[in-house]
Design a protein around this ligand. Structure first.
Ligand SMILES: [Zn+2]
Length: 196
């Protein structure tokens, strides 16, 4: 099953709107304007409490490391070694990390908007660049004989008229479908200020 499916199933629990966090300045050296004026989006490291946010950052093509079971020291070391911004809900950890960025809200929509407020260049369109399971890069894959007969793939993908992508690292397959449309709708709703 394509992992782009199903994520929307977790959508839509509306909770009381918490205070909107004030956008903080970018962690030093990350995502600042370049000489050309373009604003870069950093690579992310997402703590264990933000797994759903990690998936959405991958949906829009961001290089997003998500490590479960790591100690704070291991997260700090990884953020420094790979020059990643650490998105965390842990206030103490965010203070210890030079590239730490605290997300105070437990609500996914609010977390998304807090990141967007601090990094306006964050993509908002679903793109087939990163595996949502493992963060590996996706590459377009030709449909071979076996795939052309795979009943798990929609007919346009089997016939080669719609693109098919595969993760370089884990081999998982991705394609455009109703599931990606729902992810797009959800991100668009967040951009409008909705909480779904
Ligand atoms: Zn993968």
């Amino acid at each position: 099953m394509c992992p782009y499916k199903g994520d929307e199933a977790a959508a839509g629990t509306c909770r009381p709107r918490p205070p909107v966090p004030r956008p903080r300045a970018h962690p030093k050296g990350f995502g600042r304007s370049s000489r050309s004026g373009a604003v870069s989006v950093p690579a992310w490291l997402v703590d264990e409490m933000l797994g759903r946010l990690a998936r959405y950052l991958r949906f829009v093509g961001c290089d997003t490391a998500y490590v479960r079971g790591a100690s704070d020291d291991e997260l700090l070391e990884l953020a420094a070694r790979e020059h990643r911004v650490l998105l965390t809900r842990d206030r103490l950890l965010s203070r210890r990390c030079p590239s730490g960025f605290l997300l105070e809200s437990p609500v996914l929509a609010e977390q998304w908007r807090a990141v967007r407020a601090a990094w306006p260049a964050l993509p908002t369109e679903v793109s087939f660049l990163r595996c949502t399971l493992c963060n590996g890069p996706l590459r377009e894959r030709a449909v071979d004989v076996a795939l052309s007969a795979d009943p798990g793939l929609p007919p346009p993908v089997r016939s080669g008229s719609a693109a098919l992508f595969a993760c370089r690292d884990c081999g998982h397959l991705y394609w455009e479908g109703s599931h990606t449309a729902k992810v797009r709708e959800r991100i668009a709703a967040w951009e409008r200020g909705e909480l779904r």
